[in-house]
Design a protein around this ligand. Structure first.
Ligand code: AMP
Ligand code: MG
Length: 433
């Protein structure tokens, strides 16, 4: 028997990131950047106010206090989105909105709350202010000013190749005006169910027949992990039919085949027969439960992962082997599922294989607790549907309620690598608003 680690290493060594493709910005979500993105412009593009208030010369506010106002003449009212050529000379101030450009001559902003405008009603404040304004605080140069390029400097490396694109990175790219960006393309995954007993969903069930659920759960898993599922349908247990379906996949430009069933030892070995001629296939016994029988090989050079037929085994082996392969093809460097230490709520044991038991993990009083979702037969798909984790019971272990184990969280996303610090010095340390 192969250990889980050995099987994983053997499979994953065969996978590499796919090529890049340009996509509209929003389609980059969840995908990995395939270019180094340099800033073509400063962000913010111009020096602007972080407050609604008055732009002025900080030197004019020297000694200003609530009981000792400094009175300045209002020379402009600058709204966000406007520009002005007005210069703020000593003794004057320009009324300014958040995001509006700092006028020439001004080097600070005093917010409304620190001026005589604080006494006005919101309605009165909406009207243009004329005449004079009393400043009630002293401010330092740079107060409430966001300098041009404070966030991003033109020419700076902003996002490096290899960075997974979360909504935050999408926002950063938008702030730079990038409507298209290069990302690793999505893998196309051909899904083939095999078995004489299988019928598709809208067919009546004849004697001895079962519904082909694997094709759908596997397609859904492929979608969940960023691939494009290409359903190749059901192949009867005949070499010719399997070959024909795999060829269909080849024409569709498949990057990975996932097949289900027909890999248990002693089963009619159609898959092996096809792949002996057109590629290769190794049948493995992996020391895990569920999912002991597993096949790995290639059809005309395209990798093929032969998953077991039992619905829970197919889904769990997808989680363990196909999911990391898919993530690697998409350029992700981290593919491990988050694993938690849980306190068991029942006794759990394993035989000579590592068991992945369907369980509910819940958080109470600062700890995570796990209880299984009932019968663990590898055909009982509803017990996976009720689970949010797989509790890992090592080979040979007999764990008691109250003892600790690791649980792999089914619905928690894999971690994302973040750059350890800001990519380059910015205005942030020069000014602090
Ligand atoms: P096998 O790997 O062919 O021995 O199949 C193991 C079990 O999985 C059998 O009970 C099959 O009926 C079942 N099975 C195989 N393929 C599927 C499928 N696509 N959907 C649901 N059950 C399946
Ligand atoms: Mg079968």
């Amino acid at each position: 028997m192969l250990s889980l680690e050995e099987a994983t290493a053997r499979i994953l060594s065969r996978f590499h990131p796919l090529e890049a493709e340009p996509v509209p910005l929003l389609e980059a979500l969840g995908r990995v950047l395939a270019e180094d993105v340099y800033a073509a412009e400063d962000v913010p593009p111009f020096s602007n106010s972080s407050m609604d208030g008055y732009a002025l010369r900080a030197a004019d506010t020297r000694g200003a206090a609530f009981d000792h106002p400094v009175v300045l003449r209002i020379v402009a009212d600058i709204a966000a989105g406007s520009s002005t050529t007005v210069e703020v000379l000593p003794g004057t101030a320009a009324r300014i909105n958040t995001g509006a450009p700092i006028p020439l001559g001004a080097d600070a902003v005093v917010r409304f709350e620190d001026t005589s405008e604080a006494r006005l009603s919101p309605e009165e404040r909406r009207a243009p202010q004329r005449g004079e304004i009393a400043i009630l605080v002293q401010v330092a140069p740079g107060a409430n000013v966001r300098p041009a390029g404070e966030d991003i400097r033109r020419g700076q490396l902003v996002l490096a190749r290899g960075t997974p694109q979360r909504p935050f990175e999408i926002g950063v790219l938008a702030s730079l005006g990038r409507s298209r960006v290069s990302v690793i393309r999505k893998p196309r995954v051909g899904i083939l169910a095999t078995g004489d007993e299988l019928v598709d969903l809208d067919q009546p069930l004849g004697p001895g027949q079962v519904r082909d659920s694997n094709e759908y759960s596997l397609a859904a898993l492929v979608l969940r992990y960023g691939g494009i599922p290409v359903r190749l349908g059901i192949a009867r247990d005949r070499a010719e039919e399997i070959r024909r379906k795999l060829e269909e996949g080849q024409r569709a430009g498949i990057d990975l085949y996932l097949t289900s069933a027909g890999v248990s030892v002693g089963a009619h070995d159609w898959m092996t027969e096809v792949l002996a001629q057109e590629g290769d296939l190794e049948l493995w016994k992996v020391a895990i439960r569920p999912g002991k029988p597993l096949a790995f090989g290639n059809f005309r050079g395209v990798p093929l992962l032969g998953l077991p037929g039992n619905p829970v085994s197919a889904a769990v082996t997808f989680e363990l082997f196909a999911r990391p392969a898919l993530l690697i093809m998409q350029g992700r460097s981290r593919w491990a599922k988050p694993t938690l230490e849980v306190i068991l709520e029942e006794d759990l044991a394993s035989d000579e294989r590592t068991s992945f038991l369907r369980a509910v993990v819940s958080h109470r009083d600062g700890a995570y607790y796990a209880r299984t979702t009932g019968p663990q037969g590898s055909h009982v798909l509803t017990s996976l549907s009720r689970a949010n984790a797989l509790v890992i019971v090592p080979a040979g272990a007999r764990l008691r309620a109250g003892e600790r184990a690791q649980a792999q969280m089914l619905d928690w996303p894999e971690e994302v690598d973040l750059p350890s610090s800001q990519p380059s010095a910015s205005g942030a340390e020069r000014r602090s608003g």
